[in-house]
Design a protein around this ligand. Structure first.
Ligand code: CP
Length: 306
């Protein structure tokens, strides 16, 4: 069965069958990443533009590698070297890029809803690579893939998302996708960083990090988004570390076995101590590796729908 949509804008309302299909397809592509020649001709002749209006290391390089592994023509756009710096609007920029006959656009933008707007302007398949504080669907998919790979299931698994929930597109995409796949989802963080309506999404709130560690199989620990003024939501970094920072002493005191995810980039010494960020419970670099396979799956499934 093909995917039910020709765009990937978020994980809200994405059916279970689509998530399952993407995760299973990524399994096939992950095997290609271990070959000496990491390339298949699947998207030969297709052109993908990576339109990043916000900084990125993992997502941008991961999409570019995924496109190249599938033999698509990958074109990178950066704001600082484009005519955006001369005042060209997003709409004009996208119309001009599409006039060059591209097939797919991967977009990261600080304004929530930008990928949806592009679907009204363009014929290309649109993939959301992170829009403001709204959604980051491929991050959620690679998180689910990594959890399933390590634990073997998602259904009835207890997953807690920790930290700056209010400013996190990763949190929202994870909540939608995990709930669809039958996981039990909670959030943990300072009350000022937990949106008031979060429980309406079927999510429990835990205010104690020790309880979150004791009660859950997986912690997905988020970055404190200092660039989105997150610093104003708690008295000091020191206090955040004291009440919500995860270090190995805290893990060992509360539980012997838990999986720790982090989408990156990490504020070392804030949400994660270095002994956890590099320690035995975390799967942070496996997430990054799996991100390429997930993005190959998404590009393949959307690119072959047309
Ligand atoms: N996780 C993530 O989106 O990282 P980048 O901002 O580096 O892409």
């Amino acid at each position: 069965m093909p995917l039910s949509s020709r765009h990937l804008l978020g994980m809200q309302n994405v059916p279970k069958e689509d998530i399952q299909l993407i995760l299973d397809t990524a399994n096939t592509f992950k095997e290609i990443l271990d070959r000496p020649i990491k390339r298949v001709p699947t998207l030969q002749g297709k052109t993908v533009v990576n339109l990043f209006y916000e900084n990125s290391t993992r997502t941008r390089i991961s999409f570019e590698l995924a496109e190249k592994r599938l033999s698509a023509d990958a074109v990178n756009f950066s704001v600082s070297t484009s005519s955006v710096s001369k005042g060209e609007s997003l709409k004009d920029t996208v119309k001009n890029i599409e006039a060059m006959k591209v097939d797919m656009i991967v977009i990261r933008h600080s304004v929530a809803g930008t990928p949806l707007m592009l679907t009204k302007l363009c014929d290309s398949n649109i993939i959301n690579a992170g829009d403001g504080v709204h959604e980051h669907p491929t991050q959620a998919l690679l998180d689910l893939y990594t959890i399933r790979e390590k634990i073997g299931k998602l259904e009835n698994l207890k997953v807690c998302i920790v930290g700056d929930i209010a400013h996190s597109r990763v949190a929202l995409s994870n909540i939608f996708a995990l709930k669809t796949m039958g996981a039990k989802v909670s959030v943990c963080g300072p009350s000022t960083m937990i949106p008031k309506q979060i429980e309406e999404l079927g999510v429990d709130i835990i205010y104690s990090i020790d309880e979150a560690i004791q009660e859950n199989d997986v912690l997905n620990v988020l970055r404190i988004q200092l660039e989105r003024k997150a610093r104003e939501y708690f008295p000091s970094i020191r206090e955040y570390v004291k009440y919500f920072g995860i270090n190995s002493e805290r893990l060992e005191k509360n539980k012997k076995d838990i999986l720790i995810l982090h989408p990156g980039p990490i504020n070392r010494g804030v949400e994660l101590a270095s002994d956890v960020a590099d320690g035995p419970y975390q799967v942070i670099l496996q997430q990054v590796t799996n991100g390429v396979a997930i993005r190959m799956a998404v590009l393949y499934l959307l690119g072959t729908l047309n």
